[in-house]
Design a protein around this ligand. Sequence first.
Ligand code: RET
Length: 287
Amino acid sequence: MIPNIPFENFFSYSPMAYDMVAHVLTLGYAVMLAALFYFILTMKSVAPKYRISSVLSVVVMVSAFLLLYAQAQNWDYAFVYDEGLNQYVRADGASTFTNGYRYLNWLIDVPMLLFQILFVINITGDKFASTRNQFFFSGAMMIITGYIGQYYEVSNAMAFYVWGAISTLFFFHVLYLMKKILDEGKIGMAPGAAKLIGTIWTLFLVSWMLYPGAYLMPAITANLPDGSGVGILPLLDGETAVVARSITYTVADVSSKVIYGILLTVAAQIRSKEEANYDYDTLDTVS
Ligand code: RET
């Protein structure tokens, strides 16, 4: 029987493919650490009521840094170089490579990223609590159901697609809520900040869609020689799919956590200056 382990474990890798994954994973955690400093150092550049957004970015950076570091180590330990084959192959006795940690990390980061926007847009007290609760619920359910589904990406196509579809329903709910609060929250905002909200929505949509794209990577990959796998369209070979998946994850992580956080900081700076009379050049209230 095929074990329920991620498809990365079923292939061997050329040194180039192996290194590309290692490099991309390293880039991922290096960016999180660098951005951590950005969010700490710019915290006071916005009026006090917006600072919680930076605090939430700090929480996201720390958890993502730790996870991505562990993920890179996991890749290093799972495979060894075989000189005869000139390939990296599964290391005897090593633990399996797993993306499961990512999902658990998202369980922290997704609610935080969704919560964060509520501090930068205009939203009334009642709506704040109800949107926050719905964000937390649907965001967490999206991840938990996807976490279950990813176990079956080689062993059971039915389970893989059904859990993925359930997760997608929660994802649509999150997208719907986000679009609604952004459209409403823009009303009455200073023009510069309102324009940024439009950019934030585009970034949000594109970067969050990359995660289901990475989930579906085994669907566009040739099945294993014994026929197991969940492939529908054999576009990629295993090695290419694994490299593509790690690049997709890193682009998604940097966009949805770091660039998103920076755009929110900039929107808060504009709002601080124009509405709260808080000038980030002097870090003081202008009278
Ligand atoms: C899963 C399972 C397959 C279906 C869908 C998914 C969506 C995942 C998303 C994850 C976002 C993660 C973020 C993390 C930041 O730290 C779970 C892959 C729709 C949207 C933003």
